[in-house]
Design a protein around this ligand. Structure first.
Ligand code: ADP
Ligand code: MG
Length: 381
């Protein structure tokens, strides 16, 4: 057995272990509605204890994927297995899967406790055990004090937790959450995200969450799948999705990004020099891929990885001169829109560490934007 100290083995990353067996496997799954392809030859493994997020614009197939897992839809082609078992022909109520819907309607005439007990009473759990299980669930979502209240006597966030407790009461192997926090306001949603992560960690249940909110996906998930038109574009940890997007689509979908189109001028020793405008220096970016002179590509660089200064920084690998066109002040950060040669506009984000008494730069100021070669990602798709 492995006896390395905990710190070295504690990292949860079963997807990197070629010997690990996934809990869920989508194997070349296609789903068509008539002639419309909602899911297009999709293969994906999800592992036990994962908090997995499906992220993508409305209509890209997230709910369809979940409904197939839950058994409300059948794949047109391909197979879905759960713990090695082919789910084809297994009805929803015979799957160790529960789904918490976007509109998690509670029964208004039942108390919080009875809402949570509802599914248990219809299961084969002995009556004597139900009350204990309900108490456990109430404690888990910190609503023990509210057991006797009706849904209209608690807040929106608390109702959301009741729905979660109800969905978890039968101890499913897999919980599917379809936009579970969409009805909550921003602050409550953020708090609830942390509660969800806490509960998921405590129970060790595998969660698959659907969201169109990229910050939410990044916050809660062990891995994120970015979808587009029924396909997976990238499946990776939040860090990799953010720092090493595999395409313009992912770079642009997650967070703020500057995308600079150009052509490869030269590429050797893991470094590319990319021409992006006439009469200015090429941009240098580190890359692990091999590109040829003349290839068209795109440089993706996040606004917070750019620095802005009045003078050209002496030792900067990339320094571009431009003019401040616009300033967005958000309190904690300021975003400068800087006009570049060729009409391009770059966004630069600066953290306001000190209280601002006077802006360091103002409209129409000539400035320099600088960044390192590893701040930029070179994309070819
Ligand atoms: N039962 C259905 N019949 C026909 N088209 C459907 C059906 N369910 C979903 N679709 C279509 O499949 C696509 C994906 O839908 P959905 O999975 O709900 O997307 P998402 O949850 O990502 O917003 C959409 O274009 C939707 O209109
Ligand atoms: Mg949906």
């Amino acid at each position: 057995m492995n006896s390395t100290p905990a710190a070295a083995t504690d990292v949860f990353a079963p997807w990197e272990d070629p010997g690990a067996t996934p809990l869920i496997r989508f194997d070349h799954v296609t789903k068509r509605f008539g002639s419309f392809t909602a899911i297009d030859d999709l293969s994906l493994d999800i592992y036990e204890r994962e908090f997995f997020a499906l992220l993508g614009p409305s209509g890209c197939g997230k709910t369809t994927l979940m409904r197939m897992l839950a058994g409300f839809e059948t794949p047109t082609e391909g197979t879905i297995t759960l713990g090695g078992q082919d789910l084809a022909g297994v009805p929803p109520n015979k799957r160790p899967v529960n789904m918490m819907f976007q509109s998690y309607a509670l029964f208004p005439h039942l108390t919080v406790a009875d809402n949570i007990a509802f599914g248990l009473k219809r299961s084969d759990m002995p009556k004597s055990e139900i009350a204990g299980r309900v108490d456990e669930m109430l404690a888990l979502v910190q609503l023990s004090k509210f057991a006797g209240r009706k849904p209209h006597q608690i807040s929106g966030g608390q109702r959301q937790r009741v729905a979660l407790a109800r969905a978890l009461a039968k101890a499913p192997k897999l919980l599917l959450l379809d936009e579970p926090l969409a009805a909550l306001d921003k602050k409550l949603r953020e708090e609830t995200q942390f509660e969800l992560m806490d509960i998921q960690e405590k129970l060790g249940t595998t969660f698959v969450i659907v969201t169109h909110d990229q910050e939410e996906a990044m916050t809660v998930a062990s891995r994120v799948a970015v979808m587009d038109h029924g396909r997976l574009v990238q499946v990776a940890t939040p860090e990799v999705i953010y720092e090493q997007p595999n395409s313009r689509y992912v770079a642009d979908f997650i967070g703020d990004v500057n995308l600079i189109e150009g052509t490869v001028f030269e590429c050797t020793g893991g470094k590319c020099r990319i021409k992006w405008a006439d009469g200015v220096d090429p941009i240098t970016a580190a890359t692990s891929g091999t590109l040829n002179k003349g290839d068209s590509c795109c440089i993706a660089v996040r606004p917070e990885k750019l620095a802005i200064s009045a003078e050209r920084p002496a030792d900067a690998v990339n320094a571009l001169s431009g003019k401040v066109l616009d300033i967005g002040y958000l309190g904690n950060i300021s975003t400068y829109h800087v006009g570049m040669p060729g009409g391009r506009i770059l966004k630069v984000q600066v953290a306001n560490r000190n209280r601002l008494t006077r802006r360091p730069f103002t409209w129409d100021d000539e400035v320099w934007i600088s960044f390192t070669e590893t701040a930029a990602v070179v994309l070819t798709s």
